[in-house]
Write a protein that binds this ligand. Sequence first.
Ligand code: ADP
Ligand code: MG
Length: 363
Amino acid sequence: MLQGPSHIYLGSPKLGVPKPATTKEDMNMKTQNSNIISVENLAETYPDGTKALEEISFNVHEGEFFGFLGPNGAGKSTTIKVLTTLLRKTSGKVSVAGYDLDKSPKEIRKVIGVLTQETTVDVDLTGKENLRLQGRLEQMHGAALENRVNELLRMVQLEEFENKEAGRYSGGMKKRLDLASALIHKPKLLFLDEPTTGLDPQSRASIWDYLEQLNKEEGITIFLTTQYLEEADRLCRQLCIIDHGKIVTSGSPTELKQAIGHDTITLSLKKPKDTSLKEKAKKILEGMQGIVEVSDSDGGIVVHAKNGDEIIADVVEALDRNNLRPASLNMSSPTLDDVFLHYTGRRIRAEELGRKTTEAFLM
Ligand code: ADP
Ligand code: MG
């Protein structure tokens, strides 16, 4: 199927692939490492010459909650389309679930679930009919199908609306039905392309809950793309930050934030004008383990530390012991947006920040 001309959409990977029994040969084809996705030097150039991906490389471990964070046009959907066999790659080496993308696209399609950016629900069918149809396309029948449909309707909390046409569902409900649909054949690896973009906060929160549950309780590996910093921070244990078709940095959200700077603890003393008290406090803080730098701020002291949340109690205690109990205390950590800014010189999304200065910066 992949032998045709390049850059053809091959239809939904969820569609009609019969499920033959796993043979010994299949097992031998699987690589023995714990990487469920392995991507080496993947490049994608569209027929009009747009270089959407420039030799990106990354691995995803089995059981991981993995994220691609990047602004519009970064190359997130292109990556998902290639990995899910919907788009033929220009070059590079990719394996998914132990199968080589070029040699075994059918095997890959059997073990993955895909939630695309656009909804795939049939608006004329009810929620339940949509899931039954999807199940039949996956060669599921009878009680097994009916049980799975009911189980999924329960999971995405659509039981109450199961007999209503999907065309009358809200955006959040359609997304939940899409998610259930992607899970019908119990995939071990789930791809989600911006699953919460455009959803209201409540719908977003429920999608987050389902995804955490699927990853933690059912061990499903998740590959998610997002342009929401909060979503990446909250859900993903490993992240690649992508911009203009390149991976700019990768690591856990905490590692990424720590790599670009320290936490800052800003504190003020009860008698801010008393410089001798301030100097005494600074001496104490400078001698403490874990503190990188101590400096002055307007009427207070700024402490830079690698793990602010771990030492904040020690800071208070040490000052308290010397009768220098702080009057106020404030800790701030770098955000993923600071990480994005650090590597690209731009903020990821002006509207998420609500800062006027960002717009000026982007001009
Ligand atoms: P994202 O999902 O991160 O928003 P995409 O992967 O959709 O980014 O797009 C990456 C780049 O490729 C963008 O510059 C986009 O305009 C371009 N692009 C996407 N699809 C096509 C296509 N079918 N033909 C030509 N260019 C495309
Ligand atoms: Mg996209």
